[in-house]
Each structure stands twice: as structure tokens, then as C-alpha cells.
Design a protein around this ligand. Structure first.
Ligand code: NAD
Ligand code: GLY
Length: 358
């Protein structure tokens, strides 16, 4: 098992990464000082796969558990779902000390986290991420949110969990498309922060695809460590944390224009490709590294070319993204593998030119 500490003073916490950890949850909750009751929030697929073993671990350690289920899908990351969960928490007798356990992917983590942050002004939150994306990204850093009036993550908070338990055995049951999507974020960490890690991914990609547990533990741990270090330096997302949006400027626009038919992971991969091409065209990034990144993304099963969409709509979606500050579009661009910078000084004609031939 690997342990990464997210150092945020009183709000600091551990991220535990290893095989079979779900069955340790009851003991780990006791170590946190929780006792008595616990509420699990999950979705039907994850409940069927992991609900029983999690409950056994909790009841075996004396916890009275309630399991609340929400339907799968981004459309259920809503205030309506949160409202229903508040009522169900009340019905279950949840009190201020009752931990909420978010068992599932990023959707569950975000909505259960939002409910934990707001129910009775905050109850303890434990993240139990079961997708690669959730283990390397959404469970760490305290961003919790629901969508509102077509806008993603519009209503939310910064609310750090008390503990993150990443049981890498759960990744064995992930649909291949979800694994690929998560891999996009893993490659992102390597490009923004860790050149050596990019070499590791190039060397071990076949073992990742073969679901090798040892390799999973390593890639989740390295990614979690990078995310933790960035969050520690900029918890409230006012500066450095922007670098985590590498590939997201163009990526979000593609998601919007294709009405989410192209997944987040795939859209961000195209966005990362666009960012490295922009940097190369601006003369700040080696073309040989562009070739390297393109090759790795493709081997991972990620898209590197623009889908058939009207370019004007993508350009317009970029201008309307919620991350645009004062009309300036921010890009995260690489200087070298492992080193990126944030700039709002990118010529949009160049962006359009790159996208038209990507
Ligand atoms: P998801 O939560 O929608 O899960 C994808 C699917 O995988 C679901 O159908 C789920 O039932 C299934 N699933 C989950 N674990 C499984 C397992 N082990 N085996 C088989 N099936 C499993 O998708 P996601 O990619 O994990 O998360 C996407 C969400 O994360 C988005 O809402 C996004 O906004 C959010 N997000 C949040 C942050 C943050 O910092 N809070 C960061 C990135 C993304
Ligand atoms: N996923 C981006 C962040 O946590 O800031």
C-alpha cells in the first residue's frame, strides 16, 4: 500500500492506494475516530460490484450502515439529487459526526462530496474512488459540486475529505472506455510535472492495458502525489492549480460543442494535443516532444485529432467557458515535458489555424 499525505494544515488528509483496501474501510474509519453510523452514497453498478464487501467491512467494525443510491450519469449530478439525499440522510438519522462515504467515480464523489459539505454545515467525507479518473484526480483536492442550468460544476465548494481510500482492485472491472479516459489525466500529470513519469508510461503502457495491479498502484500513486503537491500550494485555485487544466481550454469547448458525445478524457486528449502544437508553433516547445506525446496518446487509445465539428463553434465555446477571466482565454502550455506555464497571451488566429489542421 502507498500513502500520500495532502498537507493542508488542519484540513490535511491521507490518500491510501493499494489492492483490496475497501475491505479495510471499517478499521480505517475507526482510526479516524468515527464510530456508530456511516452512510454510503453510490450508484447501481458500483453498488452491485462493491457494496456488499464495503458494508461487510463496516458492520464487521461495529458500524450501522445506510446505503443510498443515485442513478448513474452526469445528469444526476444535480441540486435535485442533493435535495433527495438530504432527506434520505435525515431519514437515516445522520448526525454531524456521521461520515458520508462516496463510493464510485467522479460523479458520485462530486455530488456526495457536495452533500457532505452542506448537510448540517458539513459532515465528515471519505472518498472511495473506483474509476481511474476519480483515483488520480477528482477524489483529491476538495472540489465538490453539482451542475446547474446546463453549466457544469456551477454550484459547489472546496471541502476536503478526511480520507481517500483508492482500492486499485476496483479498476479491474472498469469498462475500457473509462480506463482510457482516466489514462488521459495520468498522461496530463506527466506532461505538466514529471518527465520521468512520461518515460515510465511509455515503457509500461502495455502492462497498464493488461490491468497489471503493480503498475496501477504506481501510476495512481505518482499522479495522486502530483495532484496533492499542486493542491497544497493552491488549495482554492487562484494560481498554480490552473496547470491541472492542461488540455482543458480546447477540451471543454469540444465537450460543449459535441454535447458530451465525445467524453471528457477524449476531449482533453485533443486539447492536450492542441496545446503542445500551439506551444511548438510559438517556438517554446520541441517538435520531437510533440511527436512523443502524440504517439503516447494514440497508443493509450486517446484521440489526437479534432472531431468533425464546425470550428467556429469550438472557438466561440472557448470564449464562453467559465474559466475565461476578463475576456482573456487562458492556456496551459508546455515549455518542456514536465514544465508548463499559464498564459492568456495566445494569438487566437494561431489557435484556429492549429485546430483546423489538427
Ligand atoms: P463517472 O463517475 O460517471 O463513472 C463512470 C461510470 O463508471 C459510471 O457508470 C459508474 O457506474 C462506472 N463505474 C465506476 N466505477 C466502476 C468500476 N470500478 N467498475 C465498473 N464500473 C464502474 O465518471 P468519472 O470519469 O469517474 O467522473 C467524471 C466526473 O468527475 C465528472 O462529473 C467531472 O466533472 C468530475 N470531475 C471532478 C473533479 C474534481 O476535482 N472534483 C475532477 C475531474 C472530474
Ligand atoms: N481537476 C482540476 C482541479 O482539481 O483543480
Amino acid at each position: 500500500m502507498k500513502k500520500i499525505r495532502v498537507r493542508l494544515g488542519q484540513n490535511g488528509y491521507d490518500v491510501l492506494i493499494g489492492p483490496g483496501l475497501l475491505s479495510e474501510t471499517g478499521r480505517l474509519l475507526k482510526d479516524l475516530g468515527c464510530n456508530d453510523k456511516a452512510v454510503i452514497i453510490t450508484d447501481p453498478t458500483v453498488k452491485n460490484l462493491y457494496g456488499i464487501s464495503l458494508r461487510q467491512s463496516l458492520t464487521g467494525n461495529g458500524f450501522k450502515t445506510t446505503l443510498l443510491e443515485i442513478p448513474e450519469g452526469e445528469e444526476h449530478k444535480s441540486l435535485e439529487t442533493a435535495g433527495r439525499l438530504y432527506q434520505e440522510l435525515t431519514d437515516a438519522g445522520a448526525e454531524r459526526g456521521t461520515p458520508v462515504l462516496a463510493l464510485g467515480g467522479g460523479v458520485i464523489g462530486d455530488v456526495a462530496g457536495f452533500v457532505a459539505a452542506t448537510y448540517m454545515r458539513g459532515v465528515p467525507l471519505v472518498q472511495l474512488p473506483t474509476t481511474l479518473l476519480a483515483q488520480v484526480d477528482s477524489s483529491i483536492g476538495g472540489k465538490v459540486a453539482v451542475n446547474h442550468s446546463q453549466l457544469k460544476n456551477k454550484i459547489g465548494a472546496f471541502y476536503q475529505p478526511r480520507l481517500v481510500i483508492s482500492d486499485i482492485t476496483t479498476l479491474q472491472t472498469l469498462p475500457p472506455s473509462e480506463l482510457t479516459s482516466g489514462l488521459g489525466e495520468v498522461i496530463k500529470y506527466a506532461v505538466i510535472r514529471d518527465a520521468e513519469f512520461l518515460g515510465y508510461l511509455e515503457e509500461h503502457l502495455d502492462r497498464i492495458k493488461a490491468l497489471d495491479a503493480g503498475v496501477f498502484e504506481h501510476i495512481v500513486a505518482v499522479s495522486a502525489k502530483i495532484k496533492a503537491e499542486v493542491v497544497e500550494k493552491d488549495e482554492k485555485d487562484t494560481g498554480l492549480r490552473n496547470i491541472l487544466n492542461f488540455g482543458h481550454t480546447v477540451g471543454h469547448a469540444i465537450e460543449t460543442v459535441t454535447e458530451f458525445r465525445i467524453s471528457h478524457g477524449q476531449s482533453v486528449a485533443i486539447g492536450m494535443m492542441a496545446a503542445v502544437l500551439i506551444a511548438s508553433e510559438m517556438g517554446v516547445f520541441e517538435n520531437s516532444d510533440v511527436v512523443r506525446i502524440r504517439k503516447l496518446l494514440r497508443r493509450a487509445g486517446l484521440m489526437t485529432k479534432m472531431p468533425k465539428v464546425e470550428l467556429g463553434r469550438v472557438m466561440s465555446a472557448m470564449t464562453h467557458d467559465k474559466k475565461v477571466a476578463g475576456g482573456k482565454i487562458k492556456f496551459v502550455l508546455p515549455r518542456a515535458i514536465g514544465d508548463v506555464f499559464v498564459t492568456d497571451d495566445v494569438n487566437m488566429t494561431l489557435v484556429e489555424k492549429i485546430l483546423s489542421r489538427t
